[in-house]
Ligand binder design. Structure first.
Ligand code: MLT
Length: 424
């Protein structure tokens, strides 16, 4: 008998969305070495780590090089100095979270995927559509049944329990519910009242909400940063956060996951199961990185980070103003670094066939409009976005642009878009 592979991988789309975007972009770059390509696809930041963070990491690195201050394996939950800093951060939202609830991770993506280890395979999962593809792919890999909550302009891209649709077309109650707010890719943000509806729904049905708050630092006004700001969340929710977009840690890797002591299913505390899983499979984020993350929460750190976030928001405004001028419908950009725009129908452009020649869209006339627009934008303007179809069926005909580029490149990309659509 030979080793057998996980057959559920056959059910996945051929490549992970951002890997496919990167593949097409790299091919274009290799074929056009003299053209400056502008990447606004994957949400990768361009501002460097703030100086408070790099200083803290240098000091920590020195500590690691001295016998008296050297540290080996760290605590599985993360160092208390960082967990306490996260705890204080939550106090700022009016949330009193016990230290035992806070786990340091190497980022929201890995924890969102790994967290599934503690759930039975026959749980039914609810995924909003469109949404970050990791929720769907990780559950397909485990062979779980997935239900979708559809969103569109009509519900402001914020699906509610009444928007749940099962494969058979009838409403069902999911065991695990993913929510992402501010939403990736649409930038929509749930209000407290909307979250309360989801929380009441989950508590009434024994479901667990996996709340992805990776973009909370972009929230403005009175909208909630954390699901734990809303009453009842402690008994039904887990929250995943990240330093990636907040402080430029996409390559440095650090985040945190919050699992209240009150979250119990099958008579077991979910945080205890997670600790059991982590202590078996994980040895934690490097000490040096955790010291860098701690610096994010200092007064100086907060100032430096606010500057970076404002920089990205300014980019978002440049994109939004361009789309307003072009009369293109979009959402996001205000409480999120993503702009979610409706694709103009470029297939009607006289040069469409010529422009997309040699791309996957040319080979597949039935490709979704969002992939066709992606290929056309790449070939004609050398700008990389992310096609909405990659985020779910409801994402078709939309394209996501990120505000994480440099200001110069954002301006240039918008000039190219304007020129491409022939309305300069
Ligand atoms: C995105 O572009 O959606 C994100 O950067 C992906 C991620 O954070 O893994």
């Amino acid at each position: 008998m030979a080793a057998k592979t996980n057959g559920y991988y056959d059910d996945l789309v051929e490549s992970y969305l951002f890997a496919e975007v990167a593949r097409r972009a790299s091919k274009y770059e290799a074929e056009h070495p003299d053209v400056k390509m502008i990447r606004m696809g994957i949400g990768d930041v361009t501002r460097p780590l703030p100086p408070v963070v790099t200083e803290a990491m240098k000091d920590a690195s020195d500590e690691m090089g001295r016998a008296e201050t050297f540290r080996g394996y760290g605590p599985y939950e993360g160092y208390d100095f960082l967990r306490e800093a996260v705890q204080r951060y939550y106090k700022g939202f009016g949330v009193d979270m016990e230290l035992s609830a806070i786990f340091i991770s190497d980022g929201a993506k890995s924890d969102l995927g790994n967290f599934l280890d503690i759930f039975a395979q026959d749980n039914t999962v609810l995924v909003p559509d469109p949404v970050y593809p990791v929720y769907v792919d990780t559950n397909i890999m485990a062979g779980r049944r997935i239900l979708y909550a559809m969103s569109s302009e009509e519900n402001g891209f914020l699906p509610m329990p009444e928007d749940i649709v099962s494969e058979e077309g009838k409403a069902e109650i999911p065991d695990i519910i993913y929510l992402c707010s501010p939403n990736n890719p649409t930038g929509a943000v749930y209000t407290r009242e909307q979250l309360k509806t989801w929380i009441d729904y989950a508590n009434a049905n024994g479901s667990i909400i996996l709340f992805d708050a990776a973009y909370e630092c972009f929230v403005t006004g009175d909208l909630p940063h954390s699901i734990f700001e809303v009453e009842g969340a402690r008994t039904c929710a887990v929250e995943f956060c990240s330093f990636s977009k907040k402080a430029g840690f996409t390559g440095t890797r650090c985040g945190y996951t919050v699992i209240p002591e009150d979250l119990v299913r099958d008579g077991k505390k979910i945080r205890d199961l997670w600790l059991r899983r982590q202590s078996t499979k994980y040895n934690g984020v490097p000490y040096i990185v955790q010291r860098g993350a701690e610096a994010v929460f200092t007064e100086e750190g907060e100032k430096q980070i606010a500057w970076n976030i404002d920089y990205y928001k300014e980019n978002a405004k440049i994109i939004a103003d361009t789309l307003d001028r072009l009369g293109i419908y979009y959402t996001g950009g205000k409480n999120s670094p993503y702009i979610w725009l409706r694709c103009p129908d470029i297939t009607k452009c006289a040069d469409y066939d010529e422009v997309i020649a040699g791309t996957p869209s040319a080979a597949d006339p039935d490709a979704p409009l969002s992939w066709k627009f992606f290929d056309y934008l790449l070939q004609k303007a050398a700008v990389v976005g992310t096609p909405g179809a990659g985020f779910g069926t409801s994402g078709e005909a939309f394209l996501r642009l990120t505000a994480f580029s440099t200001k110069e490149n954002t301006q240039e990309a918008m000039e190219r878009l304007t020129k491409m659509l022939g309305t300069e």
